[in-house]
Design a protein around this ligand. Structure first.
Ligand code: HEM
Ligand code: HEM
Length: 177
């Protein structure tokens, strides 16, 4: 089995999984209203209408799909590996990005698990952690992640974005101006 940074590119499945998961995560982050309404109704009246349940189910199924994709990504990371950080990136940021990626994976795991505990098992505290704490942490991590990509693209001028979009291998410093 190949170990982590043996790989010099992100494979097609790794790239598809990254962008598909990102799209679904934005969907659940930006459009949780069906679930929020279900939650409000259940807390207020002890029940929800069939319509509220169907729109809440969309949030739940998308969230469970995200969890599945995240597990697949972690498996691929372990089996196939991911490219090493670009040589141009300062050492401290290489370490920071490893922590940020680990934190993203952790929150992407915790978010569906707390959501399921609230939705299927009725643990309101898990719902509060999901909606009030993890949501904010996830937004902050995504913000830092996108900022990091912009710094790579325009300041350090590495090809991390092309690595994740086209599967390019890292361009060595010697072949760049
Ligand atoms: C990564 C996946 C997920 C994301 C990004 C996400 C995101 C969100 C967001 C943004 C809210 C609204 C928070 C607010 O009130 O501002 C929410 C609420 C909620 N979500 Fe999710 N969710 C995910 C997965 C799930 C799953 C898998 C379930 C259940 C099967 C679920 C169940 C709930 C419940 C019950 C609420 C209402 C909680 C409350 O207000 O107390 N979520 N979610
Ligand atoms: C919901 C949003 C997102 C999440 C959760 C997320 C998560 C991650 C994670 C965990 C990695 C580490 C590599 C891996 O394990 O596959 C990664 C890599 C990457 N992401 Fe995202 N991402 C998101 C959105 C974005 C967006 C909007 C962009 C574009 C601006 C982007 C660009 C990249 C790039 C370029 C890499 C590769 C970094 C490298 O080459 O080392 N991501 N992403």
């Amino acid at each position: 089995m190949s170990k982590k940074s043996d790989s010099t590119t992100f494979s097609l499945p790794q790239r598809v999984l990254h962008w598909l998961a990102a799209a679904l995560i934005f969907f659940n982050l930006l459009l949780p209203d069906g679930m929020t309404e279900w939650d409000r109704s259940v807390k207020k009246t002890g029940m929800a209408s069939a319509d509220q349940i169907s729109s809440a189910n969309i949030h739940a199924y998308v969230g469970i799909l995200i969890l599945g994709l995240v597990i697949l990504r972690l498996a691929l990371r372990f089996i196939r590996g991911v490219p090493a950080s670009p040589t141009r990136e300062p050492e401290i940021f290489k370490v920071a990005s490893k922590f940020a990626h680990a934190a993203l994976y952790f929150v992407l795991f915790a978010m569906p698990v707390t959501g399921m505990a609230a939705y299927y098992l009725g643990y309101n505290e898990a719902g509060d952690v999901h909606a009030d704490i993890l949501k904010v942490i996830l937004w902050a991590l995504i913000g830092m992640h996108v900022l990091g990509v912009l710094v790579h693209q325009f300041y350090w001028k590495t090809n991390v974005l092309r690595r994740m979009v086209f599967g390019e291998p890292e361009i060595s410093d010697r072949s760049r101006p």
